[in-house]
Design a protein around this ligand. Sequence first.
Ligand code: F6R
Length: 263
Amino acid sequence: MLLALKSNPEDVGREAARIVANAVRRNPAVRLGLATGNTTLGMYKELIPLHQHDSLDFSRVSTFNLDEYLGLSADHPRSFRHFMQQNFFSQVNIPPRNIHIPNGSIKSDYQQYCASYEQDIRSAGGIDLQILGIGRNGHIGFNEPTSSIGSRTRLKVLSKDTTEDNRKFFAPGEEIPQCAITMGIGTILEAKRILLLATGSSKAAAIAAAIEGPLTASVTASALQLHPDVTFIVDQQAGALLKQQDYYRRVLEMTAILTPDRL
Ligand code: F6R
């Protein structure tokens, strides 16, 4: 596990974009797992000019998004598909056929649909680099507390914490989806490399629990302790409750000397 502690949310976005851009340059056909949400906006904002002015080519990249609200069609302004289109896809050159986002408008055969999403990931060759945010309750994707550590893509009922947190994206009085389709923890853990971004004090307890707490389904991000190649990029506020900050700094310094390719 590597942890980079950054001064502010902008630096978190910049560092994440640097790692994604390096992954694309090293393997132009890289398969990215993507997340939505406020935390990821800075990263997408940094990646766009790298494409537009610095020849970062996404033409062979494939993407698989983590999740989508159930009941929202692709063109719904609150759908994650719409978020991705607005904030990233419309401004880079990923071919539409290479973009995969769970379909929130399916109305039956959920299990079959979710199995086919898993199959699409497998057929593409698996995810090389998975981007994650984290919920205040420690969720990754929409794997709410008590999700099985071995879970696969499936329908998930959203917790009250999550629906409250997401209220800000919806107009007053607008109905907030209660369910989502999400990759499972087991699906996420199969990615070759994982990058988790967190900013702001509201994430501090979740970050401390995920990294320094016990492995528990009550904080699903703690399952990342099982993964061999996870990098957390957090700002000062999100990292404030970590007890071993000095150690993480030393690990990063030594990694830069001994195995710079990991960074
Ligand atoms: C979104 C997702 C969620 C978010 C998390 C943090 O695709 O999978 O796990 O990453 O809820 O959201 P923000 O960044 O809005 O605080």
